[in-house]
Design a protein around this ligand. Structure first.
Ligand code: ME8
Length: 665
């Protein structure tokens, strides 16, 4: 049996997980599940990256000890895996003793190779990305990757002789052109290496929250030196266990690291260089996906423009979220995360296409054949039958190929082409007409058989992305276990199978976006870690995207003109009345004076303010928003509040002496 090792990045714990982390984890999970269905044995690792100054500072801000803080936030990532039904085999934390042993072992090996020396680092450091930034790469004095402020460092530091690996890396890239997927990302790294590499500072002395350097505990390891090693730790590297040696020899050459595109350099350059120095082979493959954007900028915890995966699971269901992210983001490209696009895809692809197919195929077998799958003799098949069988067979082949090539969006498009084909087949055959005349019995049997058989194949093909939906379809078809993809073929559904009752798979969501937002309640009970920065967010209920304060270097320019800004009518208002909205944790109904009139606004601030704290306040509202219904109440405007990530909204305040209706600009 062939075997492979798949990893996600290990996530920083300066804040809780968002859709970006959920995405990489779900994508890797879908690939792991597809490989298992193809008969491979998979070892799938995810976890948390817990050291570094950023985490130490976040713990200080939250007024919790760093280890307690680390335990709490790491637990939210572990919970994410459970919530998203991730099939990982291990969850690693870099604060675990097994990882300390592995990181120190790799350090020693690199040191023995003569690749570590002591020097002094003087230069800029971005704590958000945990990277050293050469002066020439600063953009307006800020980090070129995330746009955050950089800090000046001057401290004693150990260096890794990265420069020595310039040629070995270039040779390796030449010999392994498929090392990074998509290929153009490897070209970017190659260009960077060709320009010549400088040695890399790999230790820090100005804080303590890290793995001590062997033999010199005044230093802690640079977080990336520590973090990258996690991929070996999980195989038992540094444990001294002889079984680990065998495991490393077997699995390490198969490893694929799934990452976001912002950390390609660390994985495709630093990591192979560290490994070469330690006498180990570089990873087999790096798969780098694009960014989820929110309001034109990368969704990121440091910018604060994040969407919580929990809100989407609650409103749309887990399978729908998994489907959406994997369908919407072709590998390597950026994609927009928006409530509107999810709702549209939910109703079009899941409720209409797949949901209808399931309900039609199963219901008709119950109605016309007492719930038993009819038999389907070969004779009498016509072009319509043959086309469907051929489409089913070719979809099985192409979907397998797409999963192998890590093109999950493509695999879903291919599967949906089959879903639509079967729906069309049913409409063309019109079983409801055939059923009226017993002379059509054989044709009706063939029609129902082919529809149910294709549905069985579709369930198998969506299984890696939508494991629950696949299981529910199998249950309706009375199939007990997932079908291995190696033997998946059209025409093997057993005639005579007694089907179970039909279930609604994805009932259409008839609500508007505003109503959906009003329904969303936060189930977040773990303490909120201190954010690295905050962004002003509208105070309407989650999951409204917040505009990002500054676009990162790689995003498209999302700046607006003064004319665009002036279209938004911000005005001072006085709160006259306030009452909680029944059955909503977040919403409060306000009656406000906007100078020219009194109006009702529903705001998502109930968790932060009791109604009587609001009466008499002077606030700022968006006065020219189209009305929206929230929990059945028409809201005419939006209250402005700043919302730190994971924290409660804080109303934007102006001098209370300002008259209601004053324009804010
Ligand atoms: O970089 N769109 O951790 P991190 C898509 N600890 N994916 C996103 C995303 C977005 N907007 N935001 C985050 C680190 N991600 C290091 C990794 S590995 C040895 C150390 C995903 O918490 C994506 O996978 O900043 C990205 O690479 C990762 O989260 C970064 O997570």
């Amino acid at each position: 049996m062939s075997e492979s090792y798949l990893t996600t990045p290990i996530y920083y714990i300066n804040a809780k997980p968002h859709i970006g982390h959920a995405y990489t984890t779900m994508l890797t999970d879908a690939i792991a599940r597809s490989r298992r269905l193809m008969g491979e044995k998979v070892f799938f690792l995810t976890g948390t990256d817990e050291h570094g100054q950023k985490v130490e500072r976040a713990a200080q801000k939250a007024n919790i000890s760093t280890p307690t803080f680390a335990d709490q936030v790491s637990a939210t990532f572990r919970q994410m895996c459970r919530d998203l039904k991730i099939s990982n085999d291990d969850f690693i934390r870099t604060t675990e003793p097994r990882h300390h042993a592995a990181a120190q072992e790799i350090w020693r090996r690199v040191e023995r190779a003569g690749d570590i020396y002591k020097g002094e680092y003087e230069g800029w450091y971005c704590t958000v990305d945990e990277i050293f930034v050469p002066e020439a790469q600063l953009v307006d004095g800020k980090c070129p990757t995330c746009g955050s402020k950089v800090e000046r460092l001057k401290e004693e530091s150990y260096y890794f002789r990265l420069s020595k690996y310039t040629q070995p890396l270039l040779d390796f890239y030449r010999d392994h052109p498929d090392f990074v997927q998509p290929e153009f990302r490897l070209n970017e790294v190659r260009t960077f290496v060709e320009a010549g590499l400088q040695d890399l500072s790999i230790s820090r002395t100005s804080f303590k929250w890290g793995i001590p350097v062997p033999g010199d505990p005044k230093h802690v390891m640079y977080v990336w030196f520590d973090a990258l090693t996690n991929y070996l730790t999980a195989l038992g590297f540094g444990s001294g266990d002889p079984a680990a040696e065998e495991r490393i020899a077997r699995l390490w050459p198969t490893v694929t690291h799934f990452i976001g595109k912002e950390i390609v350099r660390q994985h495709a350059l630093y990591w192979p260089a560290f490994l070469m120095s330690a006498g180990l082979p570089p990873p087999r493959r790096i798969v780098a996906h694009g960014f989820w954007l929110m309001g034109g900028a990368k969704m990121s915890k440091s910018l604060g423009n994040v969407a919580r995966y929990q809100d989407y699971v609650e409103v749309f269901g887990l399978d729908a979220l998994r489907y959406f992210v994997m369908r919407e983001m072709p590998l390597g490209q950026d994609a927009n995360f928006s409530d509107e696009i999810i709702l549209t895809r939910f109703n079009a692809d899941l409720a209409n296409d797949l949901g209808n197919l399931v309900s039609r195929a199963i219901t008709m077998i119950h109605r016309y054949r007492e719930g038993r799958v009819p038999s389907c003799p070969d004779e009498g098949r016509d072009a319509l039958d043959r086309d469907l069988v051929a489409a089913t067979e070719s979809t099985i082949a192409s979907v397998k190929e797409s999963f192998r090539a890590i093109q999950v969006s493509q695999a879903l498009q291919e599967t949906w082409a089959l879903v639509r084909h079967v729906n069309k087949f049913i409409v063309e055959r019109a079983p409801w007409v055939l059923a009226k005349d017993p002379a059509n019995d054989a044709l009706l049997d063939r029609t129902l058989y082919h529809a149910a058989d294709a549905l069985r194949i579709i369930a198998a093909l969506v299984d890696p992305v939508m494991p629950d939906a696949a299981e529910r379809i199998r249950r309706m078809l009375n199939i007990n276990a997932p079908e291995p993809w190696s033997s998946l073929a059209a025409g093997t559904l057993a005639a005579g199978t007694q089907l179970n009752p039909v279930e609604a798979l994805f009932p259409r969501i008839e609500k508007t976006i505003e109503e959906l937002r009003g329904m969303t309640t936060s189930n977040d009970s773990t303490p909120a870690p201190a954010p690295a920065s905050t962004a002003a967010a509208p105070a309407s209920a989650a999951p409204t995207p917040a505009p990002a304060p500054a676009p990162p270097a790689e995003s498209t320019d999302s700046r607006i003109s003064i004319d665009d800004f002036m279209k938004v009518e911000l005005r001072v208002a006085k709160v006259l009345e306030a009452e909680a909205v029944p059955k909503s944790k977040k919403l409060v109904k306000l009656r406000v004076d906007v100078g020219t009139e009194h109006r009702t606004i529903v705001a998502g601030i109930a968790e932060a303010y009791a109604p009587d704290q609001l009466i008499g306040r002077t606030i700022v509202i968006v006065a020219n928003l189209k009305p929206a219904k929230l929990m059945g109440i028409e809201s005419n405007g939006m209250v402005l509040a700043a919302s730190p990530e994971g924290g409660l909204p804080n109303l934007v305040a102006v001098d209370p002496s300002l008259p209601a209706g004053s324009r804010v600009r």
